[in-house]
Design a protein around this ligand. Structure first.
Ligand code: G6P
Length: 369
């Protein structure tokens, strides 16, 4: 096992550090930025089905569901196809409305999650075309779906999903870009810019990993907090959910993710000087709005840990701690902002002597409902 960990103390840390490479592995052969081409056999073979889609339904559980939420923002923005994201366990038990031109995308790292598998079978019974995004080759879900695209994250051992999440987002972004190109819903120049930016992501993730020491220092300050709030907007709202999930899964600290603007409808009541609030605030659309959310937290003495774009001075002046990640275009920012949140959870869990790779009560793959 020590050999498999490749010198890292835990599989989770190893897998966090693998992200630059596995993101590259995931787009290798598919993304041809210079030629302006995205090639994915599963998408090409079924392009007409995607283009005729009146709606895309995404079904998944856990972290994969969060990747689905990121994809909802990306797919709708790029392709203008309405997207709904469903928990597989809810979808399968409520006599879901599935119309002939609905395309279903099922996301699963393991490809074995019972609820997701059952939801796929149900969607198929209703005549839907089901596309799978799985990591494990030959898994039940990859076999049950009509077509699909694998993530190339390699084996993920840590129960808390890390590299599966970022590679799922990578695949779903490629799909969204290909559909946008085919539908003509994105300008040629925007399309090229996104392809080029996507190619820069592995190097930027590598840079984002350099926040490790900062994340560790922040972890030492907040490791005994009983609660933690995560806020984000737009593309980074699902990142807030995922950040909170990571923390609760492995450190057993109660954490909630919220859309930053919804804070005023509830969570703001929880804020006092004991409450750490992680705010994902990259320099992009909604930045000013997020800055005002930060001000609201500050005026209630909450402790602010902000994930910002490198060089941001405005948030630095307000926050108790900042974690800087490189700049990228809005839609790709979850791939960078996620990284320090993974590291923060990891270090807090280690400092609390938790079993990072095998947290209590959780399983890597949930094959029972
Ligand atoms: C379990 C795992 C999570 C995972 C979820 C969905 O809860 O602990 O890490 O996100 O199942 O699994 P899947 O394999 O379908 O992505």
């Amino acid at each position: 096992e020590q050999i498999e960990k490749n010198g890292y103390d835990h599989f989770m840390l190893k897998e966090i550090y693998e992200q630059p490479n596995v993101i590259k592995d995931t787009y290798r052969g598919r993304l041809h930025a210079n030629e302006g081409i995205i090639k994915m056999a599963g998408v090409e073979d079924n392009l007409q089905k995607f283009l005729n889609a009146e709606r895309i339904l995404i079904i998944a559980c856990g972290t994969s569901w969060h990747a689905g939420l990121v994809a909802e923002y990306i797919l709708e923005e790029f392709t203008r196809i309405p997207v709904e994201v469903e928990y597989a366990s809810e979808f399968r038990y409520r006599n879901p409305i599935i119309r002939p031109n609905d395309v279903v995308i099922a996301i699963s790292q393991s490809g074995e999650t019972a609820d997701t598998l059952a939801a796929i079978k149900l969607a198929k019974e209703h005549g839907a075309f089901v596309f799978g995004v799985c990591n494990v080759v030959g898994s039940s879900i990859s076999r049950e779906t009509h077509a699909g695209a694998y993530t190339h994250a390699g084996p993920e051992i840590g129960v808390a999903s890390t590299k599966a999440f970022t590679t799922q987002i990578t695949v779903l972004t490629l799909i969204a870009l290909r559909l946008a190109q085919a539908k003509g819903t994105m300008s040629k120049s925007d399309f090229h810019r996104h392809l080029q930016e996507l190619e820069l992501i592995p190097a930027k993730v590598q840079e984002a990993l350099q926040t490790n020491e900062v994340a560790k220092a922040i972890a030492a300050v907040y490791k005994d907090a009983p609660n933690c709030l995560y806020l984000g907007r737009g593309y980074n709202f699902p990142v807030a959910l995922e950040g909170a999930l990571k923390l609760k899964e492995i450190s057993y600290i109660h954490a909630e993710g919220y859309p930053a603007a919804e804070m005023k409808h509830g969570p703001i009541a929880l804020i006092d000087e004991q409450m750490p609030v992680v705010v994902i605030a990259p320099k992009q659309e909604h930045y000013d709005k997020v800055v005002s959310n930060i001000q609201e937290i500050k005026s209630r003495s909450g402790k602010i840990i902000a994930v910002v774009t490198q060089g941001d001075e405005q948030v630095k002046a307000l926050a108790d701690h900042v974690i800087e990640v490189p700049y990228t275009i809005d839609a790709l920012s979850p791939l960078l902002t996620t990284i320090p949140l993974q590291l923060l959870s990891y270090h807090i869990a280690v400092m609390r002597n938790c079993n990072v790779d095998q947290p209590r009560n959780l399983a890597k793959s949930v094959t029972v409902e």
